[in-house]
Design a protein around this ligand. Sequence first.
Ligand code: BES
Ligand code: MN
Ligand code: MN
Length: 462
Amino acid sequence: MKDVKSYIEKHKDRFLNELVELLKIPSISADSNYKNDVLATAEAVRERLQEAGCDKVEICETPGYPVVFGEKIIDSSLPTVLVYGHYDVQPPDPLDLWHSPPFEPIITATDKHPDGAIFARGACDDKGQMYMHVKAMEFMTQTNQLPCNVKFMIEGEEEIGSESLSWFVENNREKLANDVILISDTGMIANDVPSITTGLRGLSYVEVEVTGPNRDLHSGLYGGAVANPINILTQMIASLHDENNHITIPGFYDKVEELSSEERAEMAKAPFSLDQYKSALDIDEVYGEMGFTTNERNSIRPTLDVNGIWGGYTGEGAKTVIASKAYAKISMRLVPNQDWEEITELFKNHFEKIAPKSVKVVVKPHHGGQGYVTPIDSIGYQAASKAYQATFGQTPIPQRSGGSIPIVALFEKELQSKTILMGFGLDSDAIHSPNEHFGVWNYLKGIETIPYFYKYFSELSR
Ligand code: BES
Ligand code: MN
Ligand code: MN
């Protein structure tokens, strides 16, 4: 790729300013109060894609938020790269833990990012990483170095389960036809340890409701004689793990892919410091399933976690009450071969079965998705690996991630193509947390590396 470094050097202030403008729009898909902002972000992405050199750019309506689609087809006999990303972001709460407002981006240096990091909700997940692809496209078209066809598909509902995108993909198979899908919505090990994500976990997300008496009761008059839904719910949740931290739902592990000892030994070679991991989180000890390391626990093993739990009186002071209802939101991260709908069913049956007769239980499935693993001998992986070698000067390490992008498995099913996950964020970038940020160096390095993927993918496809 000729002049990529000098092009970035020359335009980096503009590249940063454009991202800052995008980050100012609060595109929170989970909160309907922000509907107009989500729609405005789609429009902004459409304009930026147009400017970057896409020939056809459209806002495609769906039952929910629109998908922004753009393409540049230079020669139908050449391969086509489909770029996926999302323009929606997580809600920023809790707001009081942000050091600067989530939608007023600022750039400051951190330990991990001495050249500065841009702080804003969506900086890393995924506006910053998505926008690297738009700027890489600009570079390739402006310098006449685009070696193949490109399609962009940027959605607005990733953080709420990609329901409309599933619909869009199922209904637009031809429009989306491609040879490889490229996504930057994951992370890498460290700035001096590049890695490529080769796996994502699946997900089953459920909400449970436990009902005791038909109204809130005086905890003195009735306490001890009537089931307290909060006590019962917490007991039921506690029983979902045994003393070795294995999940107790019958059948839960039946289809779990077991890695060979060779594969586990290979995984263990990735650089990792347990002490640094603990000190970064201010914890004295890690926790998890017996028989597995920290990196195994958060990538190749399934988990069950309460994401929120509520009920009863939580206001100021004390109120003596036995609540009528208690609730929890529970996520299960799944690994290859576990089917999310089957796991949701197993959970529901088990949770209903362990409930004592003194309460009623309702399990409401939310969204979910299958896990994903990609081989490292594919042309796509090899092209990505060579791209990192060109810009980082080292071979990237393949690594499975614990996060989920459920739509990736659907891409494989509906479009028959493999996805390459070139993430440039760090785990410490605080995605979904207060003070989310993205390193300026990482942003620019992504823009530099992506064009090489196109080059090597085109060359290797010949
Ligand atoms: N970009 C993340 C997923 C991710 C982050 C994967 C880092 C690997 C490394 C994505 O936006 C996300 O947050 N996904 C959700 C699932 C979705 C269905 C809400 C998740 O993983 O919780
Ligand atoms: Mn994301
Ligand atoms: Mn996310």
